[in-house]
Design a protein around this ligand. Sequence first.
Ligand SMILES: [Zn+2]
Length: 277
Amino acid sequence: MQFKVVCCKLFVSLTLIAILLACANTTRSGAVGVNRSQFLAVSASEVDRLSAISFNEQNKKAKEKNILITSGPTYDRLKLISNRLIAQTGVFRDDTRQWNWQLVLINAPILNATCAPGGKITFYTGLIEKLNLNDDEIAAIMGHEIAHALREHGRERLSQAMAQSAVVNIAMAAAGSYGSAIGAANQAAQYILVLPNSRQNESEADAIGLELAARAGYNPQAAISVWQKMNQITQGKGSPEFLSTHPSGDTRIEQLSQLMPAVEPLYFSAPKPAVNK
Ligand SMILES: [Zn+2]
């Protein structure tokens, strides 16, 4: 009887520890005040490893098609903006200096941009050209994508999927062949980058992205013009990739507007980029 009670107490304690370990807040709240406990049952290193495999596969395929851009004026423009944004990520968490940040530009008429876990940024030329994005607007989109990575939204979504047994082969990937690792990585990427983000995750990425851009010296008002342009170009033409993963609610622009008083002072006092197109 006594043993049973001890066992039961031990079980409850271990369960509580497991839940406490699984629930964490990945970022500091910043001026925009993002603060929510997250369910994180998959390790960050495993998510980063699978994301890196998926990122490398994407780049390998793009290189084979001769559409991978890693130099030149547009790439350099993106690199400058990304460097300024990355320099501000320490506001939200301490470990980003150790991240292996990467940036690729893919020459394709696709309206999309992503930042995979661990800081793997992908931009498509179609997004920049079709929306005729200025630097402030590129910073708004890139800041939003980087914010998803800082908040580890991909890891959170994968954790939720695994808790529901929707993903079965991720856990086996570590012991498997390179081929099975790619399969697992692609499956993980579906949850991390392809399925629509929740409204809550979107709001968090909007808020943190806005603060990153403002602190990096980019006008936060550009986040609003990006969504106005996105809405205009997509009217009657179906949803581009970016909108399929970033559901555009009527409240998004309104929420961004409400955050301006918190981020505009940061923008006004921030050093500005030398050339702002
Ligand atoms: Zn998003």
